[in-house]
Ligand binder design. Sequence first.
Ligand SMILES: [Fe+2]
Length: 384
Amino acid sequence: MRVCIPRFLQIGKGGMDSVPELLAAIGGLKKPLIVTDKNMIALGYVDRLISILQASGISFEIFDEVVPDPTDTVIFSGINVLVSAKCDCVIGIGGGSPLDTAKAIAVMSQGSTDLENYRPPAISNAPGLPILAIPTTAGTGSEVTHHTVIIRSSTQEKISCRGEAFMPTAAVIDYELTLSMPKRLSIDNAIDTMTHGIEAYVSKKASLFSDRMALDCLRLVGPNLPRIYKDPEDEKARELLMFAATLGGLAFTNASICLVHAMSRPLGALFHIPHGLSNAMLLPQVTEFSVQSAPDRYADCAKAMGIASTLDPDSVACKKLVQALYLYQENFEVPSLSAYGLEREIFEKSMGAMIDDAIRSGAPKNNPKEPSQEEMREIYEKAW
Ligand SMILES: [Fe+2]
């Protein structure tokens, strides 16, 4: 078993203050490229980071053109800024898109700039520039994963670039930065975290290490997701969900994601449904499909989340899990694909491409039950 994790995790409120120390500890880094989006600028997070850097006499450059679902075109613009400013490292600050963009800039600036060379099964282990990740959402786990998802502009295809080069060197896990997240995004991201925990634990690639991370992730998400739905200002719940997101990231990056993420991917690429939400739309349906192929593993998930009692037999715990996930969808107002506004005709026309893309991701092979194309069609129809 080989485990890949960042060198430093700065965990707790006010963690951003430690950025200068982290840059020094990584190896005397002198000029970071701050990779972010306009929303992070508007929220004042980037100004705060700039003040911290300036107070320590660290010069920097800013690239704030990150878009949701980052494309190779945006990565190239970022690389141009990095090269002309002679930056020696990259700081990603924001949600999954700024972090994924930062990771891609750090790696592709030191290697090939052709996205095709990162298409799976390619693995990029040769180090790029050091990456410092500061997530402001609790969900993607991108701050501790060794992959990044980039869209190829010419085809709109999502390419999941993988390898140790994409693992951040350091991550700042500060829940205070998540307090400004809108309620909908907070819920969807927490369901994304839950999906990471479940998929890592039931994955055919699960290991001793990923199991521990996954179960603790689920122990934290189970009780705290309803708490932030009831009260998005609940700081303790935010703190625990932030840590759960990091544990979920460590779990799935060292195991694998499975069928939910595989089928969710084309919903993002083709219809621009945010990642957390598209997972939330599919999680119960996929779990219902898969649960009988690994009842002991799904039962453990239900027990960790507090959905089932530790005394429940696996069959009972699995039943409770599927029921609870459907109930979450209802209670947390996760829309169906039709309620989200997809047009039926386009949905039907896209079905073949969606299934192809899900298969191409490779993740269905890690699912406890590998679906046929017809079974995938049925799952998408159930989510309609
Ligand atoms: Fe995810």
